[in-house]
Design a protein around this ligand. Structure first.
Ligand SMILES: [Zn+2]
Length: 241
């Protein structure tokens, strides 16, 4: 996988083990997609859905701005609302696997990991007729061997380069400040992958109105800057070409 990017940190493996096991840019445990190479591209990514009505609100907003995004769905919610997942796929957005029950992978067996991934793939396939090729670990947590297994199952581990903390801050201005401070500029030669949430892994029905608001602000910002919002698979194509 020669196209995978990210700073190699093997030399610091011992010192930074704890940090690295959760850092999205860590490449310690194998090839992982973190960001693209074209600064004119941005990938908005949404975790923990589907979640009514916020996923639908996002789909509307994305359509209005002719933007594409990637949704890392939780299998147990896909089973409850396959119609939302079908709507995501029908609109041309990408789907990724975010496990079935959202466990912290630091503590699960390989067998449980496989079941989590395969049950989610089955739910996505039932809803859309297709499988996904992307995987994102819950809480960004992992341990050695996990991503190797994910790749053996035919999926690409996908992290992010920008966090919004949309699940943490209570107002959109704060989310925007936190997000904008991490966005790349053109000299970085990086296509940002932005972590957002359309749901909450604990239960469906979580209020994600601020995630919708920050999405609208980001879409306007990127339009002004001439950056195109693309899916993660589209961003990856730039790396192989
Ligand atoms: Zn999650």
């Amino acid at each position: 996988m020669q196209w995978i990017l990210g700073a190699g940190a093997a030399a610091s493996a011992t010192l930074f083990f704890t940090y690295a096991s959760k850092s999205p840019s860590s490449q310690l445990f194998g090839a992982t997609f973190v960001s693209g190479v074209d600064p004119n591209q941005v990938a908005l990514t949404y975790d923990d859905g589907p979640n009514d009505p916020y996923t639908f609100q996002l789909l509307e907003l994305l359509e209005k701005h002719q933007a594409k995004a990637t949704f890392f769905v939780v299998g147990k919610f896909v089973k409850k609302r396959p119609d939302i997942v079908r709507a995501i796929a029908d609109a041309g957005h990408a789907l990724g696997n975010h496990t079935f029950s959202h466990p912290n992978l630091t503590y699960v067996s390989m067998e449980k990991l496989r079941r989590e991934i395969e049950d989610t793939e089955a739910a996505i396939a039932d809803a859309t007729g297709r499988r996904s090729t992307l995987f994102r670990p819950p809480f960004g947590a992992r341990r050695p061997g996990i991503f190797g297994e994910v790749r053996r199952l035919g999926m690409i581990p996908t992290m992010w380069s920008v966090t919004t903390r949309d699940w943490k801050y209570n107002n959109t201005d704060e989310i925007e400040r936190h997000t904008v401070s991490q966005l790349s500029n053109h000299t970085d030669k990086r296509g940002d992958v932005i972590l957002l949430h359309d749901g909450d892994h604990l239960a469906m029905g979580a209020d994600r109105s601020r995630s919708v608001e920050i999405t609208e602000r980001l879409l306007l910002r990127f339009k002004n800057e001439g950056r195109e919002c693309v899916t993660v698979p589209t961003m990856m194509k730039e790396l192989v070409s």
